[in-house]
Ligand binder design. Structure first.
Ligand code: S3P
Length: 445
C-alpha cells in the first residue's frame, strides 16, 4: 500500500501537459498489431494499462519498440497474422485491454489464456463472450469472469448485434472480431458511445459505415477481412485525466489553468456539458483534428458552481467522470443528482459505493439508489479531515478524485493507496503539485 495525503491548496495556475488518451492508446497498439508493417505512434500513454496491451501483442508475435517520450514503433502482423502466445496474458487492471483483446483473438484458431488482477477478475466478461460465442469463438470462463481461455474460431461468422448496454468496449470487441470474419459485421448501440475504434479503423484504411439508428444510438457496420495499412498516429491528451485539474481549478478561487491538446471527442466530453450547466467557465481554443480525433486547448477559470440534474442519457459520454463530478458537486451550491449510473457498479471498483463511502467519510452528505447519486453541495470547502484513509479499492479514478477533494477541503484527505494511479496517469501527483497542489506520501509526513 502507498497511502497519499492531499492538503488544502490555495489556487491552481499554469499550463499542464496531460498524458496521452488511454482509450485511444489501447486502440493504437491493437490496430498497429493488425496492420501489415511498421506503424509509428506519438504520445502513447505509458501507463500500466496500455503497457499490458503492448506486452500482449508482443506475446502474440508483433515486434514492439518503445523509443522514449511516448514514441513507439510497432511492426504489425496483419489481420490473421498473430501467433499463439506461450504464456498466459495478464491484463492487469485493464478492462479495455482484456475485452478488446478477446475481440481480436476471436478469429484466431488457437487457445489463449487471459487473466488479470483481483479487481479485473471480478468484472463481467459475459457481455463480451456471449456475442463472440455467436460468432464462433469458444470460451471457458470463471463464472463469466477472468481467468478465461478463449479458443478462436477457424471460420469466424459475421454478426449483427444489438448491444444490451451502452458500452464502447463491447462494441469495439465485436468490431475487432468482425475484422477477421468475411462479410459485414454490424453493432447497434442503445446510445452513442465513444467512437475511437471506428475513427482509428478508418485511419488504418478500413471501411466503416455509421448511421443513426431509430433507438437513439448508432448502427455501425464494418467490412471484414480488410488489408489494414500501417499508419502514423498522434494520440490526443486524455480528457478523462484532464478532468481532475479541470475540477480542481473550477473549485479553487483565483485559479486559471491551461490544458493544451486535449481530445474533445463528443463521446467523451459529457462532463463539460454538465460543468457548463453548473456555471463553469471553460474555454476552447485552437480547435483542430489530429489525424482522426478532434483536439482543443482548454482554459479553466475558477467559477461559482451550483447543483444540477444530470440526465441518464448523458451517462455514456461521461461514464469515467462521475467520481470527479461528485467532488465538483460536493463543493457546489445545492444538490446535484446524477442518473443512469448502473454501469458504475462494474468499473475498476463498485464506483457508486466507493464514491458514497468516501464522501460520507469526508463529511459530505450523499445518498444513492441502484443507479442514481445525490450529493448535497456545501457551497465552498467541505470539512475534509477524514479519520480513516479513504478506501480506493485499487481504483485510479477514485484515488485521484479524493486527492482533488483534499486540495479543495478545509482539512487534508488521506487515501489508502495511490498505486492504482499508475494505470492511467502515472505523473498525476507531480503535475498537480506543479500547478499548486499539495499531495505527498504519508510516509514523508
Ligand atoms: C472504454 C469504455 C468505457 C470506459 C472505459 C474505457 C473504452 O467502458 O468506462 O474506461 O476504451 O472503450 P464501457 O465500454 O464498459 O462503458
Amino acid at each position: 500500500m502507498n497511502p497519499l495525503i492531499s492538503k488544502p491548496a490555495d489556487t491552481l495556475s499554469g499550463t499542464s501537459i496531460i498524458p496521452g488518451d488511454k482509450s485511444i492508446s489501447h486502440r493504437a497498439v491493437l490496430f498497429s498489431a493488425l496492420a501489415a508493417g511498421k506503424s509509428e505512434i506519438f504520445g502513447l500513454l505509458e501507463g500500466d494499462d496500455v503497457k499490458r496491451t503492448a506486452s500482449a501483442i508482443t506475446d502474440l508475435g508483433c515486434h514492439v519498440d518503445s523509443q522514449g517520450a511516448g514514441r513507439w514503433m510497432i511492426a504489425g502482423c496483419g489481420i490473421g497474422g498473430l501467433s499463439p502466445p506461450n504464456q498466459v496474458l495478464d491484463m492487469g487492471n485493464s478492462g479495455t485491454a482484456a475485452r478488446l483483446l478477446l475481440g481480436v483473438l476471436a478469429g484466431y484458431n488457437f487457445t489463449t489464456f487471459l487473466t488479470g488482477d483481483k479487481s479485473l477478475c471480478k468484472r463481467p466478461m459475459d457481455r463480451i463472450t456471449a456475442p463472440l460465442s455467436n460468432m464462433g469463438a469458444t470460451f471457458t470462463t470463471s463464472e463469466g469472469r477472468l481467468p478465461i481461455a478463449i479458443a478462436g474460431a477457424e471460420r469466424l461468422l459475421p454478426l449483427e448485434y444489438h448491444l444490451p448496454m451502452a458500452s464502447a468496449q463491447v462494441k469495439s470487441a465485436i468490431l475487432l472480431a468482425g475484422l477477421n470474419a468475411p462479410g459485414e459485421t454490424t453493432v447497434i448501440e442503445p446510445e452513442p458511445t465513444r467512437d475511437h475504434t471506428e475513427r482509428m479503423l478508418r485511419h488504418f484504411g478500413g471501411t466503416v459505415d455509421i448511421n443513426p439508428h431509430k433507438n437513439g444510438g448508432n448502427s455501425i457496420t464494418i467490412k471484414g477481412q480488410p488489408e489494414l495499412v500501417p499508419a502514423k498516429i498522434s494520440i490526443p491528451r486524455d480528457f478523462s485525466s484532464a478532468a481532475f485539474p479541470i475540477v480542481g481549478a473550477l473549485i479553487l478561487p483565483g485559479s486559471k489553468v491551461k490544458l493544451p491538446g486535449i481530445g474533445v471527442n463528443q463521446g467523451r466530453i459529457g462532463l463539460l456539458t454538465t460543468l457548463h450547466e453548473m456555471g463553469a467557465r471553460i474555454d476552447f481554443s485552437n480547435n483542430h483534428e489530429n489525424g482522426s480525433e478532434p483536439i482543443a486547448d482548454l482554459t479553466i477559470r475558477h467559477s461559482e458552481l451550483h447543483g444540477v440534474e444530470v440526465p441518464a442519457k448523458r451517462a455514456p459520454s461521461m461514464i469515467d467522470e462521475f467520481p470527479i463530478l461528485a467532488i465538483a458537486a460536493a463543493c457546489a451550491e445545492g444538490p446535484t443528482t446524477m442518473h443512469g449510473l448502473k454501469e458504475l457498479r462494474v468499473k475498476e471498483s463498485d464506483r457508486l459505493s466507493a464514491i458514497i463511502d468516501g464522501l460520507l467519510a469526508s463529511g459530505i452528505q450523499a445518498t444513492s439508489t441502484q443507479d442514481t447519486l445525490t450529493i448535497h453541495g456545501v457551497s465552498g470547502r467541505p470539512k475534509g479531515g477524514n479519520e480513516n484513509a479513504i478506501k480506493t479499492h485499487f481504483d485510479h479514478r477514485i484515488a485521484m478524485s479524493f486527492l482533488i477533494l483534499g486540495m479543495c477541503s478545509q482539512k487534508p484527505i488521506v487515501i489508502d493507496d495511490g498505486r492504482s494511479i499508475n494505470t492511467s496517469f502515472p505523473n498525476f501527483v507531480e503535475l498537480i503539485n506543479q500547478i499548486g497542489g499539495n499531495i505527498s506520501d504519508m510516509e514523508n509526513q
